[in-house]
Write a new protein. Structure first.
Lengths: 182, 160
């Protein structure tokens, strides 16, 4: 695929990519931006090549996930050699926490409590409207594993939300993801 | 597949989350243009660390090699001057003996090598010497010690 065409496609997928990067980076906006920037750099410099074997979105999400894992590893090393972090970002995060509705906060806390694989599967299915097979491809696992993570994650999340007393969201207007489970 | 109540509820919450994320979405151009900027702090820190390690390794190697050279130079080899008149005659042949010149030069080099080898001392020779080495290297004088013993021993009584 040509670079200009690829760039256009990436721009179309940019909001979804940012949402997925946020999920991979534990909802840290600065980290998500850094990951996304690294991914775009990789793609535009030809270090990550799309060969058309799967959907562009699936491939892009897999690259984002891998990059986020690498960045997390680097961040761990950074804490080991104690390079000072970005304090302004912490301030911004606190501000956004304040702006967020209480229900959303509880929901995000419940999401954060889930194991990474379950959280990722739920995000890909409910947030990104991907099917389970596509989610499995992004996460580089089998369809059976993806289905298991999906079911368990849903069960855990439902239990937590029931316990917390979280009701329906106000923004409930999207189409149902009827093709989620294949 | 129809979504049940709980799934709808979860999807509604995810939809709300997506809406929230859209409000903080960074511009695509910003992320794409910033890719040409210099490396972030972490990469720079790694580069600095790597450079420091390389410099330290190079300087320590240089120091070590210098010390190694001084150790080797403890017993410098010298080419001795010809000691005997025979040797001198070999070393400085008369000009009339031109055909033998090459052979003479070869002999001289062989002799100088032999002289070097005969004068060679091990660098650890000093460690082998001790104050007690004199007594180890000399033989006792038996007669003298026997006389000393007689003087110390009690005299035998001839009657017994």
């Amino acid at each position: 695929m040509e670079i200009s065409k690829l760039k256009t496609e990436l721009e179309k997928l940019h909001p979804a990519s940012f949402g997925w990067a946020l999920s991979c980076c534990g909802r840290n906006r600065a980290d998500a931006e850094e990951v996304l920037q690294t991914v775009y750099l990789k793609i535009l410099q030809g270090k990550a090549i799309y060969r058309g074997e799967s959907k562009l979105q699936t491939w892009l999400f897999a690259v984002i996930r891998k990059t986020a894992i690498n960045e997390r590893r680097k961040q761990w090393l950074r804490t080991l050699i104690s390079i000072p972090g970005k304090t302004s970002d912490v301030h911004n995060e606190l501000e956004s926490e304040f702006e967020r509705s209480e229900m959303q906060q509880r929901f995000q806390q419940a999401l954060a409590q889930l194991p990474a694989r379950q959280r990722e599967t739920l995000h890909l299915v409910f947030y990104q409207d991907l099917s389970l097979s596509e989610a499995a491809e992004v996460m580089n696992i089998s369809l059976g594993s993806a289905r298991r993570h999906y079911e368990r994650g849903k069960k855990h999340l439902r239990a937590t939300l029931d316990r917390e007393g979280v009701e329906y969201g106000i923004g409930w207007s999207r189409k149902e993801n009827s093709s989620a489970v294949l | 597949m129809e979504l049940d109540g709980a799934e709808k509820r979860i999807q509604a919450l995810f939809s709300e989350l997506a809406l929230e994320d859209r409000t903080h979405l960074p511009r695509f151009e910003k992320l794409c243009t910033e890719t040409t900027n210099p490396a972030p702090l972490f990469r720079r820190a790694w580069a600095v660390t790597a450079a420091v390690v390389v410099i330290a390794a190079a300087s320590s190697f240089a120091l070590w090699s210098r010390q190694f050279q001084t150790v080797l130079n403890i017993a410098p080899l010298e080419i001795p001057a010809p000691a005997s008149p025979q040797l001198a005659s070999i070393v400085e042949p008369p000009r009339s003996q031109q055909p033998h010149r090459k052979r003479t030069i070869r002999q001289r080099s062989v002799l100088s090598e032999a002289a070097l080898l005969s004068r060679w001392q091990s660098p650890t020779q000093n460690f082998m010497q001790s104050p007690s080495s004199v007594s180890f290297n000399s033989l006792p004088q038996l007669n003298q010690s026997a006389k000393d013993l007689e003087s110390f021993l009690p005299k035998k009584e001839s009657n017994q």
